[in-house]
Design a protein around this ligand. Structure first.
Ligand code: NI
Length: 133
């Protein structure tokens, strides 16, 4: 891919904020920070416009709650066309961490994430939204 250079004019205060971001996020330089911010904004737009996107739903739950596990499995079967992979890790004696990689229409992914995270007994859940391109 061809790299093009361009000049950016910024208020001193805003430039200081950009440099802080570079340090905090361990970006190698300002260009990488700007790339990151552009992609962040594009990903957000794709999700808002219900485009084909990708992401990961992370849930933590106690596997002793049998009804919870079967409800989660039923939901995952209902939305099987969106699910790319499921990774199950036994965190300790009680808790399981599941990472469900998903791809599809943004609204559908949100719907599945909301239903899974909203299941009674889920300790914690989060949807990580990213791009499918
Ligand atoms: Ni487990």
């Amino acid at each position: 891919m061809q790299i093009k250079r361009f000049g950016v004019s910024l208020e001193e205060e805003l430039l200081e904020k950009l440099d802080k971001l570079v340090i905090q996020n361990h970006f190698p330089n300002r260009s990488q920070a700007i790339r990151f911010l552009i992609h962040e904004s594009l990903v957000e737009k794709d999700w808002d416009e219900n485009k084909i996107v990708a992401g990961a739903i992370v849930i933590v739950y106690d596997h002793h709650r049998r009804e919870l596990q079967s409800k989660s499995t039923n939901l995952q079967h209902d939305y099987h066309e969106l699910i790319l992979s499921v990774q199950h890790v036994h965190l300790d004696h009680h808790n399981c961490l599941e990472t469900i990689a998903v791809k599809g229409k943004a609204k559908k992914l949100r719907e599945l994430a909301d239903k899974l995270i909203g299941l009674k007994g889920i300790v914690h859940g989060k949807l990580v939204m990213t791009s499918a391109q």
